[in-house]
Design a binder for this molecule. Structure first.
Ligand SMILES: Cc1cc2nc3c(=O)[nH]c(=O)nc-3n(C[C@H](O)[C@H](O)[C@H](O)COP(=O)(O)OP(=O)(O)OC[C@H]3O[C@@H](n4cnc5c(N)ncnc54)[C@H](O)[C@@H]3O)c2cc1C
Length: 417
């Protein structure tokens, strides 16, 4: 049974925890990272790899309430709701519904914009530090519509994006094919976010960060944290057979963070918006130059080396509910109508959870009156993009520096803690 003593214990080695560790080590702090080290269990492994400059909107927004019946009845490929899991969303759902209006949605966009605006540059800064710049491409992101109705629905988003200075190019069918010649002529218009980028293997980038930390002497405890105890002038984390005594603890365990926080008396409503992916092989000479979001299907196709990763939209369920692969199967069949994609027998379907708060904003900061505990989770659909900037502001706040962006909207205090 080993005991570690450190400045900061970090619970969770996804993009958020590792970015925080890298920034703390840069500031000369000693860090111990605690994680069971199952790569496939991380959302940071299985995501679409998009570093998205345009993703400043929470899921709850104007128009959502009208769509809920379709979602609840399983009539929409984009969103599925596992109704039997509803008791678990008792605290989350009312807040989510309360946020589904234009003023709240606009406020959330204003809060997220400064964070999202730094996502690409902070990814590059970290990747540079570990020699992984080549893994990130500034290839832009395409959002495509199949008809006028879809494009018209995005009009409000476009005007809010313009207010926030996000560069968006409007595309007609011809311009879409110029950018992605192998897409079938299914899309009538689209938006191109030139300031977005992507990573062809998000899991490999995250591993590169972990390897860099290990090579520089950061200890990794390969176990799940099972308890956090505060007392005297330290915090004690127990994980497997090991005890970690730290000055401060960062809780960055993705969707599992809420359970650990609850044990400390901090109730934060967090839902698992589950998603699935499957890799397919482009047929013939087909290729995809960048990630593409099909707005009608609510899914993404993202180039991953020689393959294309097709990722489903949302399944609202508990993280440990049994898998339901019907949604991803339907999404894959639909994607094959957009791009020539051959089946890949033997490829396994991956499932993971987006850690989502009801207001669509991450939780970053100390619970009220507690300088030893720090929360960094709840990044929902945009956590891969915003892991590195979160790591920076977390390290700044933990080191008594002024954070690079306004942090008040992300404070846990909005949940009364
Ligand atoms: C299908 C899908 C597509 C997505 N696409 C994108 C995208 O293109 N762009 C984007 O920006 N975002 C995307 N996201 C969202 C993004 O992946 C997540 O928001 C982000 O990865 C969350 O990172 P994290 O570090 O908070 O959590 P995770 O990556 O889930 O990491 C949490 C870590 O905590 C560990 N852990 C859990 N419990 C414990 C414990 N008790 N003790 C210690 N460790 C523990 C886990 O093992 C894990 O390693 C997508 C998500 C999904 C599911």
């Amino acid at each position: 049974m080993a005991e570690h003593r450190t400045d900061i214990a970090i619970i969770g080695a996804g993009i958020v925890g590792l970015s925080t560790a890298l920034e703390l080590v840069e500031r000369g702090r000693s860090v111990v990272v605690i994680d069971p080290d199952d790569a496939l269990a991380r959302a940071s492994y299985g995501n679409a790899g998009v570093i998205s400059r345009g993703s400043i909107f929470p899921v709850a927004g104007p128009g959502l309430l009208a769509k809920l019946p379709r979602y609840a009845m399983g009539r929409d490929i984009a969103v599925r709701i596992r109704l039997t899991s509803f008791p678990d969303f008792a605290a989350w759902l009312p807040r989510f519904l309360a946020a589904a209006n234009e003023p709240a949605w606009r406020r959330a966009a204003s809060a997220l914009n400064p964070l999202v605006a730094e996502s690409y540059s902070r990814h590059m800064a970290l990747a540079e530090r570990v020699g992984a710049r080549h893994m990130i491409k500034r290839n832009g992101y395409l959002r495509l519509y199949r008809d006028q109705r879809g494009a018209a629905a995005a009009k409000l988003e476009r005007s809010v994006l313009a207010e926030h200075g996000v560069r968006v190019e409007e595309l007609d069918a011809g311009a879409i094919i110029d950018l992605e010649p192998h897409l079938r002529p299914r899309f009538t218009s689209g938006l191109f976010f030139a300031d977005s980028g992507s990573v062809e293997s998000p899991g490999t980038l995250v591993e590169a960060y972990a390897d860099h930390l290990r090579a520089r002497g950061t200890a990794f405890v390969k176990a799940a944290a099972r308890s956090i105890e505060q007392g005297g002038d330290a915090v004690t984390v127990r994980a497997g057979d090991e005890t970690i005594v730290a000055q401060k603890v960062v809780l960055s365990a993705g969707t599992r963070s809420a359970g650990l926080a609850r044990a400390l008396g901090c109730r934060i409503p967090l839902a698992a918006e589950r998603g699935y992916h499957l890799h397919l092989r482009p047929a013939g000479n087909a290729l995809l130059n960048r990630p593409v979001f099909d707005a009608a299907g609510g899914y993404v196709m993202s180039p991953m080396g020689e393959l294309v990763r097709v990722l489903s939209g949302v399944e609202l369920a508990r993280p440990d509910d049994p898998r339901d692969e019907r949604q991803i199967r339907a999404v894959v069949a639909d994607a094959q109508r957009s791009l020539p994609l051959a089946d890949t027998p033997g490829e396994k379907i991956w499932m993971g959870s987006r850690p989502s708060t009801p207001d669509g904003l991450p939780v970053i900061g100390h619970p009220r009156g507690n300088s030893r505990l720090f929360f960094a989770f709840g990044h929902g659909h945009i956590g891969f993009s915003n892991g590195p900037i979160t790591g920076l502001v977390a390290a700044q706040m933990l080191s008594g520096e002024t954070p690079a962006i306004p942090m008040a909207p992300f404070s846990p205090s909005r949940f009364g803690i």
